[in-house]
Design a protein around this ligand. Structure first.
Ligand code: NAD
Ligand code: IPM
Ligand code: MN
Length: 352
């Protein structure tokens, strides 16, 4: 029987609370399948660890993680530590260090999930965002000159490489071809006269190899308007790191809220472990109260099962999430219920 070695990084705030429920679900899926099992190894990294040890993860952390089949992460960030330190020294270190260049984020309205838009049917919100996850606006390149002086200058570079654009677009075209869906590129070539002009050019160039895939191209400002006014336009979407970050929170808002939105950070070549996480943050405002919605982290667990080739179990987990939403009697407060984080997790487990 295959045993998957999973590195678990619960992290900060509600991270540990929601991850515990995803782990219950994975254990249950394994037990029911009889074909695979999980071995979970916990890492105590995060902001508390930083305040004690002066670092977000151990110095040899990346070497230790490299041997795992996947990483399951809760959330990172706490009020006592500057966000750019906590995120760059843990979450972004892993995404970049393991070349998880695809950030796959479903924006799908499940039955029973609340939608703030009028006259929208379930099939109108059924998108998959393919967010570039290794470079672009998140390249981390720039400088800070003459700190505190009147002539202070701050530069944050966007880095768009041919190889980086090509591989994310190829991934998106392949996905659109496989799923027989349209592919939409979202960019901003009118104002970002180098990076996004190049992005658009690469989208057309790679597209020549996929004449069977119907494409669209939108400017990001118009795209955000259409996501609200006419979400049915979007199926597979490919976009840059920052635009993908922002648009998928918007996507979460139209598809049930942040408590439901999941994401997979993939290294498609499987040279390094991939990482699965809810897209929400550590939510310090509700941490420790057992009210956090665990469905996003459970959906991320379903993405992990898909990635391991157990799509049948990934599907069953997502179906169970949908059944919990449809039933409506066991939901956390963000979805209008009064259930605790643990009760929602238990309900998903019992449906499996
Ligand atoms: P957030 O996602 O933590 O919270 C935004 C709002 O959504 C809050 O009101 C929160 O209570 C609510 N919310 C989020 N997840 C929820 C859930 N599962 N159930 C119910 N409600 C939920 O975003 P923020 O407040 O902007 O950031 C807080 C911290 O998290 C910051 O330090 C930020 O840098 C960090 N962050 C981390 C990640 C990550 O680790 N992947 C992602 C985003 C933000
Ligand atoms: C996300 C988060 C991260 C991002 C932050 C915490 C660095 O917002 O996963 O969406 O911007 O990628
Ligand atoms: Mn985000």
């Amino acid at each position: 029987m295959k045993t998957y070695q999973i590195a678990v990084i619960p992290g900060d705030g509600i991270g540990p609370e929601v991850l515990a429920e995803g782990i219950k679900v994975l254990e249950r899926a394994a037990e029911r399948s009889g074909a695979f099992r999980f071995r979970f190894t916990y890492f105590p990294w995060g902001c508390e660890y930083y305040l004690e040890h002066g670092r977000m993860m151990d110095a040899d952390g990346m070497e230790r993680l490299a041997g795992f089949d996947a990483i399951y992460l809760g959330a990172v960030g706490a009020p006592g530590v500057p966000d750019h330190i906590s995120l760059w020294d843990l979450l972004l270190t892993i995404r970049k260090g393991f070349d998880q260049y695809v950030n796959l984020r479903p924006v799908k309205l499940l039955r029973g999930a609340p939608c703030p838009l009028k006259d929208v049917r379930r099939e109108d919100i059924d998108m998959t965002f393919v967010r570039e996850n290794s470079e672009g606006e998140y390249a981390g390149s720039g400088s800070w000159l003459y700190k505190g002086k009147p002539n202070e200058v701050v530069i944050q570079d966007g880095v768009f490489s041919r190889a980086g654009c090509e591989r994310i677009m190829r991934y998106a075209y392949e996905l659109a071809r496989k799923e027989k869906k349209t592919l939409t590129s979202i960019s901003k070539g009118n104002a970002l006269n180098y990076s996004m002009v190049f992005w658009d050019q690469m989208f057309r160039e790679v597209g020549r190899e996929y004449p069977d895939v119907e494409t669209r191209s939108y400017l990001v400002d118009a795209a955000s308007m259409f996501m609200v006014k006419d979400p049915g336009r979007f199926q597979i979407v490919v976009t840059s790191n920052l635009f993908g970050d922002i648009l998928t929170d918007l996507g979460a808002a139209i598809a049930g809220g942040l408590g439901l939105a999941a994401g997979a950070n993939l290294n498609p070549e499987r040279k390094y472990p991939s990482m699965f996480e809810p897209i929400h943050g550590s939510a310090p405002d509700i941490a420790g109260k057992s009210v956090a919605d665990p469905l996003a982290s459970i959906w991320a667990a379903s993405q992990m099962l898909d990635f391991f080739g157990h799509e049948d179990w990934g599907r069953r987990v997502l179906d169970a999430v949908e059944a919990v939403l449809e039933d409506g009697s066991c939901l956390t407060p963000d979805l209008g219920g009064i259930a605790s984080t643990g009760q929602v997790g238990d309900r998903v487990v019992s449906l499996l």
